[in-house]
Design a binder for this molecule. Sequence first.
Ligand SMILES: *[C@@H]1O[C@H](CO)[C@@H](O)[C@H](O)[C@H]1NC(C)=O
Length: 458
Amino acid sequence: MGLILKGIFGLILAFTFYSVITIYTKLSTVPKTPVYEDIWWGKGDPAKENTNIKPFKVDISKEIIDDLKYRLQHAVPFQQPLEGVKQHYGMNTNLLTKIVDYWKNNYNWTERQEFLNQFPQYTISIQGLKIHYIHVKPQINKQSNIKVLPLMLLHGWPGSVREFYELIPLLTTPQKGRKVVFEVIAPSLPGYGFSEASNKPGLNTARAAQIFKNLMGKLGFNMFYVQGGDWGALIVNRLSILYPENILGAHSNMCSCMSTICNIKFWLLGGICPSLIGTKEEIPQFSPIFKKFVQDLLFLEMGYMHLQATKPDTVGVALRDSPVGLAAYIIEKFTSWTNPEWKNLDDGGLTRKFTYEKLLDNVMIYWVTRSITTSQRFYAENFNKAFMAEGLNEIPVTVPTACARFKHELSIQPKSILKHGYLNLVQTTDFEDGGHFAAFEVPDLLANDVYDFIKKVV
Ligand SMILES: *[C@@H]1O[C@H](CO)[C@@H](O)[C@H](O)[C@H]1NC(C)=O
């Protein structure tokens, strides 16, 4: 009897062991990297394309600016906020009133347009779309032995190239003690700001990466460095996976391993016992996420994502029609994503790190280009079964990578997880400051981190 029980027990043990090994092997199998043909995103059938580079200046018609002024003057009075709720019901309309007053009375578009035009900008047609980009070459004297390296900067949502205006001079001007300087190319994502939106479904992060690889090729850069946050970080990831031969190094301020193994390790193992996946220093950074995730992140902060991933065109109608609605929707993100504590403040903390002027520059880029709907569609293009099934999240990055971890980033992963997704992780830096919009908020910290990284890989 005892022998039979022992036998059965042994069989169960062996079977369990076998299953675990099989599942682990299956999950660890890296799918083949997809090879994408160039798709024509322009209207109708592919046509012959004029790929000349054209200089570009922001030059918005008087009609659009007059119309904006009219809409701001005639906005329906805001709903009074509940008493004492700070930013907990979304943007507090007392705060919004202050921002809109500034917009009406102090924000001078003539000046801001000049500001936006301080860097050389161009457009070029890629796969049927007019893509807008800033291109700044450093001024260095010929005798200096400072090396110039091409660097592409990629923004996200609800951002724009405006996020990079303070960062660009730091990267394109020789810095004391640094032996390299950058030639910066900062494009607007397709459907964002001054870049044309796709006419066909399917333009996701992988396809955006393809467009930007093609853009760099057209500019004569077959090999280049990349930096990005938010969607920009995801596109940096896709560029690294799909075109490792073109990417010299990837700097990300939102590194994340999203493979099945990483998800199991991070959420399951990390949730049960954080010390299994993180060091003593890392645990306070990522561990609160498990407790906070369901309530604070999933339910309180991710509603916009669900909306944009499913019905971007519906909410887009309202936001395209109402500048005050657009400002509330966009600027709200610059409170809680910069620092979650700012939701508890009457003024949303905004002026601690930004100015109304800066924040409105970014809103204006969405408003004058009428691009909020097309920017939101990017969520639908990325969060869908067909694209997920391509398995890009399962493919690790092999190019040299730096992960900058800013204190208030929405989600921070420990090194042990990142190492699964980035096989050549050269640098991870932890910052005691900064949130989701690092380039916009702490450009000096970000610039230094990029320089430190490049020094290691160049
Ligand atoms: C806006 O700025 C321009 C350029 O500096 C200036 O000429 C104009 O008077 C300003 N408009 C207002 C309303 O202050």
